[in-house]
Design a protein around this ligand. Structure first.
Ligand code: ADP
Length: 763
């Protein structure tokens, strides 16, 4: 019978020891229309193995009985090695036991020779081949899978697995022929036990696998072994890096604390001694030298403080206070302190604090002072002519009240494209080595961090050659509406327009702002003549005259005003340079000191009010009581000779009785022998440190109440905590702010001896 052209070649291995049966089966196969069967006969086990080894067969038909062995033995032994060649068992008689045994041995089918027809044979071969192909495809998928997989039957016996699974279970050294369901089952049990849920295997060679067991609905399970070596390595690496970073950060903090101590201590000596020297008789060259030492020392101290503050913020150790902040006072203070350096450059520095804002806010006064000082310092540095205005007002940002501080200068300005980088550490607009202005580029970065910690924002707008405005805002608590209304409605103070005679835009701007804030209007006249004309034309009750117009001319102008029939009720003279204004005093003008700040404005208003109520006397200006001699007996424990000399020079000059010892142990001895009113205790000293000495002193009867003031160069919050915990009454940071120390001593003297005694005491 001719086979059609579309029929395919199928190679069959017939394992059969009976010659007749071979021909019979071959005959059946060749009668099949659809396929072209090529049959190879193997009469023994060995022959069959050889044939399989030498060529590729599509199917094997294996007789049940071959000599002494059974076809089942052949299928279970040789079958797994040729998964592409399904094996069908042929038997002489139907027997259900053989049927089941064939299935267990891995036979693709079981056929009884007597009832064999060509159709039956054809179908059995086709099905067997199809299932072998499917199985081969599945094996392909599995062996290419990135994860290891093992399929378990209902009794947890592995029935399929892939190379990745073998690798994960470290059976990879074993030849694949030796890997059996039993070895896999045993290894699996050993490495994962009966743990439920995901579990990790860490192999001795450093590789890690995650094992997940998914139970199937109808029994059986799939074990998935996922290679997580990279993830585990990355995690370990990350953990190591975090630990390393934490160690480094701790080391950095302690390094900085130590360094700041080491740097501040000699600086203390330098600054203190320079201060002592500047109080002595010096020629011009020496005075210049001392001034330079003092200003350079102060800049160095500022840099150290900036670095320390930034690293404290980075380490998350910056603690902010939340107390009352008198904003206007702080701004006035800063402007007064920095005005002389602005004046040296011919720049007008003034402050406007809106009278309508709340007098105190909650926050950290020291840090707010630090930010404003920084911004004003920069404005002075980068402004060569014109004016700088520090303006404080209230603004509403998306429905929330904010305190807004703006520092507005007419300086060199900043290119727009560089504004974004201003607030980064170590960033300067002009970073060239030839740049004109010194600086570290830390100030604005610190301002930004501090403002951020307070929940506020900082920004800058600038126009090159016209000037810059740095502005920060801080959140204010929601206010009872009636309180705000009451504050705002009580500000109107001048009934008629205020005249300002000045050509200085800085003064015009600041007074204009005050006039606007208190619902009055300002008329400005750039010259005295222009002012005269204005006064002729309209009713003016309050006049401010700028001293920079020339003192004698201004004095003559004021005298003229006094004599005029329609003289304004109040004439204020804003002094041109400090120490000026005597001629004006004679001309009966009220002199307002420069810089013009909130307090200057308030004083002016107060004078206007007092004058309109003549029966009420102006409160007497209470000057500071000068203390001539002191009774306070002070013991100081300080090991640094430079600091000793500075302290001796300053405290003895101030009239205090001072004894100095060089370590804590001596301090304890001296304090027990003589009576002291106060002990100044350095914290770090040889022999016995200040903290131990304080604890010893507090154990002594009679020394429990004596004030002990710690002097600590440790800038960390915990250093201060340690001082108080050891029993100190208070502490001062080094380098010692001598004005603060003197004020503290003055207060303690008043407490100990009472005010009147302190004043009359002999030195
Ligand atoms: P420093 O002044 O110590 O360099 P800052 O962080 O305070 O550091 O300022 C960074 C840079 O920002 C300055 O170097 C300067 O270039 C620029 N800058 C700051 N304030 C002003 C200003 N008011 N006008 C012009 N440039 C400014």
């Amino acid at each position: 019978m001719r086979k059609s052209d579309s029929s395919r070649d199928v190679y069959v291995l017939l394992v059969e020891d009976d010659r007749d049966d071979f021909f019979l089966t071959q005959d059946l196969l060749q009668r099949i229309e659809r396929e072209r069967y090529w049959v190879v006969w193997a009469g023994s086990f060995e022959r069959a193995k050889l044939e399989l080894h030498e060529r590729k067969f599509d199917v094997a038909l294996v007789d049940y009985r071959i000599g002494e062995r059974t076809g089942l033995d052949f299928i279970s032994e040789v079958g797994p090695r040729y998964p592409d060649c399904p094996m069908i068992l042929l038997t002489g008689l139907a027997d259900p036991d053989i049927d089941f045994a064939a299935e267990r041995a891995g036979a693709a089918d079981y056929l009884v020779k007597d009832s064999l027809t060509e159709g039956l044979l054809d179908r059995s071969i086709r099905y067997a081949r199809q299932s072998a192909q499917r199985r081969a495809l599945l094996d392909g998928v599995l062996s290419n899978a990135a994860t290891g997989m093992i399929g378990l039957d209902a009794s947890n016996v592995p029935i399929m697995w892939n190379a990745k699974a073998i690798e994960a279970l470290q059976l990879d050294g074993t030849p694949s022929s030796a890997i059996s369901a039993a070895t896999i089952s045993e290894t699996l049990g050993r490495v994962i036990g009966d743990v439920k849920g995901p579990r990790e295997i860490a192999r001795p060679d450093g590789r890690s696998f995650e094992v997940n067991v998914s139970r199937m609905k109808d029994g059986g399970a799939v074990v998935v072994l996922h290679d997580i070596t990279m993830r585990v390595q990355a995690e370990n690496h990350l953990r190591g890096a975090v630990e390393e970073a934490e160690r480094a950060n701790k080391a950095k903090s302690s390094f900085l604390a130590t360094m700041s101590h080491e740097l501040r201590t000699p600086l203390n000596g330098i600054l203190g001694m320079a201060r002592v020297l500047s109080g002595t008789r010096l020629d011009e060259v020496q005075r210049d030298g001392i001034d330079l030492i003092r200003s350079s020392g102060t800049s160095l101290l500022n840099i150290i403080n900036d670095i320390l503050d930034l690293s404290k913020i980075e380490a998350g150790r910056m603690e902010l206070e939340h107390i009352e902040v008198p904003v206007a006072e702080i701004v006035d203070d800063i402007v007064r302190l920095l005005a002389p350096s602005a004046a040296e450059k011919g720049v007008e520095l003034s402050a406007f604090v809106d009278p309508r804002i709340a007098p105190v806010i909650q926050g950290d006064p020291l840090r707010i002072r630090q930010i404003v000082t920084n911004l004003v310092g920069n404005a002075i540095k980068f402004t060569n002519a014109g004016s700088i205005l520090v303006a404080v007002d209230e603004a509403e940002v998306s429905g929330n009240r904010r305190l807004r501080v703006s520092v507005i200068d007419t300086g060199i300005g900043i290119p727009t494209q560089k504004i974004d980088r201003l607030f980064q550490k170590f960033s300067q607009v002009d970073a060239s080595t030839t740049r004109e202005f010194g600086g570290t580029g830390l100030g604005l970065a610190l301002c930004k961090e501090l403002v951020g910690l307070m929940g506020g924002e900082i920004s800058c707008s600038s126009l090159i050659d016209h000037g810059s405005t740095f502005r920060f805002s801080l959140p204010l608590p929601a206010e009872d509406a009636s309180v705000g209304m009451a504050r705002r409605s009580s500000v109107r103070c001048f009934e008629t327009p205020v005249l300002l005679v000045s050509s200085n835009t800085g003064i015009v701007n600041v007074l204009g702002a005050y006039a606007r804030a208190c619902e009055s209007s300002l008329v400005s006249a750039p010259t005295l003549d222009a002012a005269r004309r204005t006064l002729d034309q309209r009713k003016i009750e309050v006049v401010f005259v700028d001293g920079t117009l020339g003192e004698s001319e201004a004095a003559a102008f004021v005298s003229d005003l006094r004599r005029a029939s329609s003289a304004p009720a109040h004439v204020f003279f804003i002094e041109g340079r400090s120490g000026q204004g005597d001629a004006l005093r004679l001309a009966e003008a009220d002199v307002i000191a420069r810089p013009f700040v909130r307090n200057s404005f308030e004083k002016a208003i107060q004078r206007v009010k007092v004058a309109s109520r003549p029966s009420e006397a102006e409160p007497a200006d209470r000057g500071a009581d000068e203390v001539e001699g002191r009774r306070l007996r002070i013991l100081m424990a300080e090991d640094n000779p430079a600091n000793q000399r500075v302290a001796r020079a300053l405290l003895q000059t101030a009239g205090y009785r001072l004894e100095i010892v060089a370590d804590g142990r001596l301090a304890v001895e001296r304090a027990q022998l003589s009576e002291f009113d106060l002990i100044l205790m350095d914290v770090q000293m040889p022999v016995m440190d200040g903290l131990t000495a304080t604890r010893r002193l507090r154990e002594c009867e009679g020394l429990r109440q004596t004030p002990i003031i710690g002097l600590t160069a440790g800038a960390m919050e915990e250093d201060r905590g340690k001082c108080l915990a050891a029993g100190m009454t208070d502490y001062l940071s080094k380098p010692v702010d001598w004005d603060r120390l003197l004020a503290l001593l003055d207060r303690i003297e008043r407490e100990v001896y009472g005010q009147s005694q302190g004043k009359t005491a002999a030195a």
